[in-house]
Design a protein around this ligand. Structure first.
Ligand SMILES: Cc1cc2nc3c(=O)[nH]c(=O)nc-3n(C[C@H](O)[C@H](O)[C@H](O)COP(=O)(O)OP(=O)(O)OC[C@H]3O[C@@H](n4cnc5c(N)ncnc54)[C@H](O)[C@@H]3O)c2cc1C
Length: 503
């Protein structure tokens, strides 16, 4: 009995109907079966590189889209709609006859039996057998051992995360507008971003632009320009991995945009209304309702799953070490790529993942064609970039360090070029032109009562008949309370992280 059959060729056959377990011998059974876990930068490029291969390629992802994470912060800022940066995987590969997509979460990898187990959204278990496996599960947030922070300081890795943050930021302004309590307003208008890597810098820059440029004329009771926007960083500079000149420029521009930067400062405690910070001036508690975590990432748990079965140790960021051809030690039929691996000290950014994906596609094709194996993977460094705000960015590419409008244009060009699909590229350019150049507005600021309500669930509600909304502007400074480190509070341990926020 067929359980899942999208290609018409018989993708998976049901094995144990009673338990809902499904087994698959691959796509057709006859051809070489390549299973790719993850349709991100690494996985998708591996799939595409296998377009002409004599193999059936199955890409399994727990989302139905390929997410362009570098532009996630623009969804959180209400600039871009999610669809432009997250095209459906199925539509990307629709013209690749040998590939098909499965929406399911991989729960187990069995290297000995060459099979993976997955859970579909309806709870059924699907087993997929493979001849070659490519694992590209990416990375997840790391709270450096302080997982309880996750409840108070969400990070940004998925479309849901970005939408949640957008709701949170916009709700804070809405709630401040209807609040009549100056202390509460000040808390609502204080935004703390933890981690001054590229994501933290981009996020804080966007909140500053919202507060100072986009929103001021939209509100009547509050002056959004009085919002406190705070960036916390444990290292002595912003953008720790970047060149000194670019760090200095970034700090200067952010401060000009009204961002308070606290360097050498670690978040050591959090609750619904505050973040406690240990910095050069001691310990202080900043009253705030919005905290965003941009401080650390750890490899996907799939890395550990592979490591445990191949007798290797993951590093402190949970990444699995791989051979120079991206194979997992002891398993030439299994490749691991992207943010979840450690190879030649490459950073956890898009280019290594993308290039590794293309590379393993070439290796697999060569094997299938009986050709000699390509030489070990060699990374071509195309540099790094980050935006700060409107027409301000930094770029370190091809041995040139650029700041300002030129860097901004370089950043925009590169990011549009790497988006998947012309429709998304044109749509993004149009939306940017409209939002940033012509109207200075954010076209995707939609929140509903329910979304705003979710953001205040932890806070006591004011009486139902709270009457007057004052037309005055209270000082919107979040209270800073200094004092000793609360008992039990310890700084989040700083470990080298797997991904982009690595210092
Ligand atoms: C907010 C943000 C901004 C960034 N900005 C930049 C930037 O400007 N420049 C840059 O170079 N890099 C940037 N990066 C880093 C870059 O996005 C990553 O390095 C890159 O995505 C890594 O590719 P990957 O294929 O390893 O993982 P990903 O692209 O994350 O793909 C992993 C895929 O695996 C799927 N998956 C994971 N676990 C499972 C499972 N158990 N079952 C099924 N599917 C699973 C996920 O759904 C996902 O689709 C940014 C990252 C973030 C989060």
């Amino acid at each position: 009995m067929r359980a899942v059959d999208e290609t018409g060729e018989g993708a998976m056959t049901e094995q144990a109907a009673a338990g809902g377990a499904v087994s698959a011998a691959g796509t057709t059974g006859a051809r070489h079966r390549v299973v790719v876990i993850g349709g991100g930068f690494g996985g998708l490029n591996a799939v595409r590189a296998l377009a002409a291969a004599d193999a059936d390629v199955t890409v399994v992802d727990r989302t139905n889209h390929h997410l362009f994470q570098p532009l996630l912060y623009q969804v959180a800022a209400g600039i871009l709609p999610p669809g432009l940066i997250a095209p459906a995987l199925r539509s990307i590969i629709k013209n690749q006859a040998n590939a098909h997509a499965v929406l399911a979460e991989v729960t187990k990898i069995d290297l000995a039996n060459r099979e993976i187990s997955t859970e579909a959204p309806d709870g059924r278990t699907i087993a997929l057998g493979y001849d070659t496996l490519v694992v590209a599960g990416g990375a997840t947030h790391s709270y450096f051992g302080r997982d309880e922070f996750a409840e108070f300081a969400p990070g940004m890795k998925t479309i849901e995360d970005a939408r949640y943050l957008r709701d949170r930021i916009l709700s804070a302004f809405e709630l401040a507008e209807i609040s009549t309590d100056p202390v509460e307003r000040a808390e609502l208008l204080t935004f703390v971003v933890i981690g001054a890597g590229p994501t933290g810098v981009e996020m804080v820059g966007q909140i500053a632009e919202l507060a100072h440029t986009v929103l001021p004329r939209d509100y009547r009771s509050i002056d959004t320009r009085q919002a406190r926007i705070i960036l916390l960083e444990g290292a002595p500079s912003v953008l720790p991995p970047f060149d000194k000149k670019l760090q200095v420029y970034t700090k200067r521009v952010l401060e000009k945009m009204g961002v308070e930067i606290h360097l050498n400062s670690l978040a050591v405690g959090m609750d619904d209304d505050s973040v406690t910070v240990k910095g050069p001036d001691g310990v202080q508690t900043i009253r705030c309702r919005t905290r965003i975590w941009a401080a650390g990432v750890a490899a996907s748990p799939l890395a550990k799953m592979l490591a445990e079965q191949s007798d290797v140790e993951t590093d402190r960021a949970g990444r699995i070490p791989v051979n120079p051809d991206c194979t997992v030690p002891g398993h030439p039929e299994v490749f691991a790529i992207g943010d979840m691996i450690s190879l030649n000290k490459l950073p956890g950014v898009a280019q290594p993942a993308l290039q590794e994906g293309k590379y393993v596609g070439r290796v697999i094709k060569a094997r299938l064609a009986g050709l000699p194996a390509p030489p070990p993977f060699k990374y071509f460094d195309k540099g790094s970039m980050a935006t700060i705000g409107y027409r301000a960015a930094v770029a370190d590419a091809f041995k040139v360090k650029v700041t300002g409008v030129l860097a901004y244009l370089m950043w925009a060009f590169i990011h549009v070029a790497y988006l998947v699909g012309w429709g998304n590229r044109l749509g993004t350019m149009y939306t940017w032109a409209r939002a940033l150049v012509f109207t200075k507005n954010r076209g995707h600021r939609i929140i509903t009562f329910e979304q705003a309500h979710t953001q205040v669930e932890h806070h006591p509600q004011p009486p139902k008949d709270t009457p007057v909304i004052e037309q005055s502007v209270p000082p919107a400074t979040g209270t800073v309370e200094s004092g000793p480190l609360p008992p039990g509070d310890r700084p989040a341990e700083q470990v080298p992280a797997a991904g982009r926020e690595t210092g």
